[in-house]
Design a protein around this ligand. Structure first.
Ligand code: SAM
Ligand code: SF4
Length: 462
């Protein structure tokens, strides 16, 4: 395959960009017209550093979110399956040279205990995370996915399992696809090959191209629901934003559909963290780059994680982030250990997280800010793939599917898991959203379904 990342081309776009106020405004309105931005236009946004223009870019992202995405935020939780790793990624606590870390792979019973604890908290969507190691081959990953789907604690069930694991070959991706995963995520970490070589010091992950082409192999194996990402802080953030846009263009050109999601983790403190700090991204740059990504790829899902403190999350949610994790515990086996709630042991974990709130606390906060917390898995289960594109391009899609499904899954949570205060807040929000709807047969059907949820029926969706 012809390499689709050309550093000279990317730097050419950045260095030649001369952002005038008029041009930046034109670009923002193109995005508000629901058109994806070119590399050249994105470069103009990353080069627009005038505080007034930065504000306009952030305002643009907020308007786009309000115009298109509505108020629901999908919640998920990460579950670490094993931290054995043969690679030497300078930024990661799991690197093979880190002898301080305790190496654990969950047994089937331990996995079941973790999933039960997650279900008992109300989770419905998980992302399973693995180090890169011969133990975690495609068959192992597929088996862990099957175990997760098979666990039912009380009314609980996991309805969508996503994966964040090392790249596979095509046969490996086929095996994983058969276990009925949702999204397969592989983050490129940095799109700058020289930097990539500097921070990946050993193991299979040293191979830049094997990683860059991972999700093409996934597509060939029939996994068309893929997530890309860059680890911000390794290299110049402007380059990485253009790298992500280039990767997205590549998918569109070759497969006719962009990636399902983009993630933008920012480097956090980790056991034996060993990186050059010159590219660390500060809060102002970080919020700015997320707003630019929103405008550049207006129809791709954006994922924000508990790596970020709640203040940053609050700002970025306004730019149309579609998914966040809630109730996150990245300690191996941490979800079933009540005594560890809140405290982090950095030698047990990949990196430090900054948002230790429980799922219920996050739900309450979302509800207070008029967001609808959602556990919806409807598109995936109805075979509506490419839903982010549909949300964006099919008029009324959010109103007809996403918002009602968010309300139905919220009602399930309120019935099965919420303390009384959250229950009251949640039902007030549901009432408010129903009051805002037109009186038609659709509202009638949603109201009937909500009544059925109160009566004990589960898993109702449009
Ligand atoms: N081992 C697989 C891999 O490297 O692709 C999959 C899981 S890895 C545990 C998941 C992601 O965590 C990595 O892709 C990287 O972006 C992120 N990560 C690693 N170290 C980090 C750190 N110190 N701070 C924030 N994110 C980090
Ligand atoms: Fe291993 Fe992934 Fe951590 Fe690298 S980022 S050391 S591959 S777990």
């Amino acid at each position: 395959m012809k390499p689709f990342i050309d550093p000279e081309e990317i730097w050419g776009f950045i260095n030649n960009a001369k952002p005038s106020k008029e041009r930046v405004r034109e670009i923002i309105s193109k995005s508000l017209d629901k058109q994806r931005l070119t590399m050249e236009e994105t470069a103009l946004l990353v080069q627009a550093s005038d505080p007034g223009l930065v504000e306009e870019i952030k305002e643009g992202a907020k308007i786009l979110k309000e115009k298109v995405y509505g108020q629901r935020i999908v919640l998920f939780a990460p579950l670490y399956i094993g931290n054995l790793c043969i690679n030497k990624c300078a930024y990661c606590g799991f690197k093979s040279t880190n002898k301080a870390i305790q190496r654990i792979t969950l047994t089937s019973d331990e996995l079941v205990a973790q999933v039960k604890a997650l279900e008992d908290a109300g989770q419905k969507r998980l992302i399973l995370v693995y180090g890169e190691h011969p133990t975690y081959d495609a068959k192992f990953i597929a088996e862990t996915v099957r175990i997760v789907y098979s666990v039912h604690s009380g009314p609980g069930e996991i309805r969508r399992v996503n994966i964040n694991a090392a790249p596979m070959d095509i046969d490996g991706f086929r095996i994983i696809k058969d276990s009925k995963i949702g999204t397969y995520q592989v983050f490129q970490e940095t799109y700058h090959e020289e930097t990539y070589a500097r921070v990946h010091l050993g193991g299979i992950k040293r191979n830049f191209e094997w990683r860059l082409t991972a999700l093409d192999r996934a597509q060939e194996a029939g996994i068309d629901d893929v997530g890309i990402g860059a680890l911000f802080g390794l290299y110049d953030w402007r380059f990485e934003v253009l790298g992500l846009v280039r990767h997205t263009n590549h998918f569109e050109a070759v497969y006719n559909v962009g990636p399902h999601t983009i993630s933008f983790p920012r480097i956090q403190y980790a056991s034996q963290l060993d990186i050059d700090k010159s590219h660390i991204v500060n809060d102002a740059e970080f919020t700015r780059l997320v707003a630019i990504l929103r405008l550049a790829v207006p129809y791709t899902g954006l994922i924000l994680t508990a790596r970020e403190p709640s203040s940053i999350r609050d700002e970025i949610l306004q730019f149309g982030v579609s998914q966040i994790d809630g109730g996150t515990n990245i300690e191996m086996g941490g979800y079933s250990k009540k005594e560890h709630a809140g405290a982090q042991d950095i030698d047990m974990e990949q990196f430090q997280i900054n948002d230790n709130r429980s799922l219920n606390e996050i739900m309450e906060e979302l509800i207070q800010h008029d967001y609808i917390p959602s556990f919806c898995t409807s598109c995936y289960r109805r075979g509506r793939t490419g839903e982010h594109f549909m949300e964006f391009s099919v008029p009324g899609f959010i109103k007809k599917f996403c918002q009602p499904n968010a309300l139905l899954t919220l009602a399930e949570y309120l019935e099965d898991y919420a303390p009384e205060t959250t229950r009251v807040m949640g039902y007030n929000l549901i009432k408010k959203k129903l009051d805002e709807m037109d009186e038609d047969s659709f509202k009638k059907s949603l109201t009937e379904k909500l009544d059925l949820v109160r009566e004990g029926k589960r898993d109702l969706y449009f």
